[in-house]
Design a protein around this ligand. Sequence first.
Ligand code: ATP
Length: 243
Amino acid sequence: MTSSSHAQTAPPFAMSGGHVRLDGREVLRDIDLTVEAGDVLAVLGPNGAGKSTLVKALLGLLPLASGRTEIFGRTPARFRDWRRVGYVPQRLPAGGGVPATVREVVASGRIARQSRWRPSSAADRDAVRRALETVGLAGRARDSAHLLSGGQQRRVLIARALAGEPDVFVMDEPTAGVDAASQDALAGTLRDLAAAGRTVVLVAHELGPVEPLINRTLVLGHGRVTGETRRAPVPLGPLGHTA
Ligand SMILES: Nc1ncnc2c1ncn2[C@@H]1O[C@H](COP(=O)(O)OP(=O)(O)OP(=O)(O)O)[C@@H](O)[C@H]1O
């Protein structure tokens, strides 16, 4: 198989024997996890169980102390196709003193699709507009992102990932601090992504309205996998109804 055809068929994430050490403490131990294309996987577990650490390690944002992890068949260091991956972190990164509008943050989700030779295009602007509408923030596009509430900032981060139109979404507690109406809206968005065959890895405390969309769960406790469930993908009917 050529390396490019391997990248097409390799699973979005594959970790084997993953260990992560932070400040000398083993925070993740013996993690074996393959996320297949089309999975909607919830990573569950109590505070401090290692959920955020796991998704950061899958993305190569934290190094493994031992074991191996791959993104579409490549180690994070060798992986180049970042347009295929959208990450929703828990928090808006500190602005470094540079105020950014909501639109600018969301537009940054298109950067992996742009280059010196292909600067921002009508398709980019369209994707940003649609993402803002999807999260209900089109009316706040010119506002400073850092002045929004925590829940609204999460919606900005979700929009940033949506704008990039990736194959895989990794969302770290996207519903924490988000009001009930926005949680329902996010469930609707996830339903559309799942129906379109996108892969979703979702860190959550409670699943709430997204529960019917999940086909796998991974439960962490003290840095180890303590439980796993898997079920056939749920047939997706009209919003709010599973067939
Ligand atoms: N930079 C760090 N240095 C040392 N320990 C850390 C660091 N970051 C996280 N930890 C510890 O690693 C453990 C796992 O943290 P992590 O944030 O991955 O848990 P979590 O399951 O996502 O929790 P929460 O639900 O509270 O977000 C915790 O005990 C945490 O205190």
